[in-house]
Design a protein around this ligand. Structure first.
Ligand SMILES: *Cc1c(COP(=O)(O)O)cnc(C)c1O
Length: 307
């Protein structure tokens, strides 16, 4: 399997130095155009395991624009493992073509099931998933967002020994798996700051499932109202950032984190170190449908285009 065969590392790009701060960005988004950033890391050891077993079927969960669903579909195809995606929202069944993510998943051979929000919330307890578990003898379930112990192990490969020159490392937090991997692999004197992309007061508890270290903090003031919520100001920041650095960000994860980092520094609220490494975790496969959404709402579109 080509994708996960070599242990890749990404480049650190010096971004800016102002007011005595040095900020570098680790371009994990460039690891792969679709299985970008942390989703590549999180799936690596899971799929290496699955591909060694016979006739495995992998089932997982995601929304119509889910980076995790797209990455799982791709990893399944690459490693010749059958995949099933449980998609949030029955209405998507008739409009797959409106989501390049779902279109892509299907093209990789992922079998999609569209369920109500209620059934989606039930996850493996839902009647559909229960029926699939009975039907498929070798069904393996990956949690929504892909976080498990093997995912954390994969995320431990994001940092390299050279990254020890930084005193502070920032990443986005959805389920906390990426942050946990970074914490586990960072030096004890380094400080990890996770920027939450959603309002979940239990995030720290999730991270603590995978680490007993304490040199980390979750910053939850930059969720912009919750998961996949955004404002005109955020979109404008992402576009200004792109114009200045030619680095695309997404409005769900990385845009919120960089907005937060810049604002905290500019308003003298940054309490961590001055040598900062920011992990660009990817998340750019959903930009096209996002632009359609922005257009409908009369908001500026994202300047980044994937081609
Ligand atoms: C999924 C995702 C995250 C969140 O990662 P967790 O390990 O769930 O915290 C961050 N950034 C991007 C771009 C993602 O797609």
């Amino acid at each position: 399997m080509t994708l996960f065969a070599s242990s890749k590392s990404s480049i650190n790009l010096p971004l800016d130095s102002f007011e005595g701060y040095q900020i570098s960005i680790k371009r994990e988004d460039l690891l792969h155009p679709i299985v970008s950033g942390n989703k590549f890391r999180k799936l690596k050891y899971n799929f290496l395991k699955f591909s060694k077993q016979k006739q495995i079927v992998v089932l997982t969960f995601g929304g119509a624009f889910s980076n995790h669903l797209a990455a799982t579909a791709f990893a399944g195809k690459e490693s010749k493992v059958q995949t099933i995606g449980i998609v949030r929202g029955e209405e998507w069944k008739t409009k797959i073509s409106q989501s390049s993510t779902l279109d892509f998943c299907q093209a990789q051979g992922m079998q999609l099931y569209f369920v109500s929000r209620e059934a989606y919330r039930q996850k493996e307890a839902s009647p559909l998933v229960q029926a699939l578990i009975k039907k498929e003898h070798n069904l393996k379930i990956l949690p929504e967002g892909g976080t498990n112990a093997l995912a954390v192990k994969g995320c431990m490969e994001i940092l390299t020994p050279e990254d020890q020159v930084f005193d502070t490392i920032c990443c986005c937090v959805g389920t906390g798996g990426t942050l946990a991997g970074l914490i586990e692999s960072a030096a004890p004197i380094q400080k990890l700051v996770g920027f939450s992309a959603l309002n979940n007061p239990n995030l720290a508890l999730e991270v603590k499932k995978y680490t007993s270290k304490t040199n980390w903090h979750i910053q939850d003031h930059y969720t912009f109202g919750g998961y996949a919520k955004y404002t005109r100001e955020l979109i404008q920041f992402i576009n200004a950032f792109y114009q200045q650095y030619q680095i695309p960000l997404d409005p769900i994860y990385t845009g919120k984190m960089l907005f937060g980092i810049f604002e905290l520094i500019k308003t003298n609220q940054w309490v961590w170190g001055k040598k900062i490494l920011v992990i660009h975790s990817g998340g750019l496969q959903g930009i096209h449908p996002m632009n359609l959404q922005l257009q409908k709402k009369g908001l500026p579109q994202l300047l980044y285009s994937s081609d």
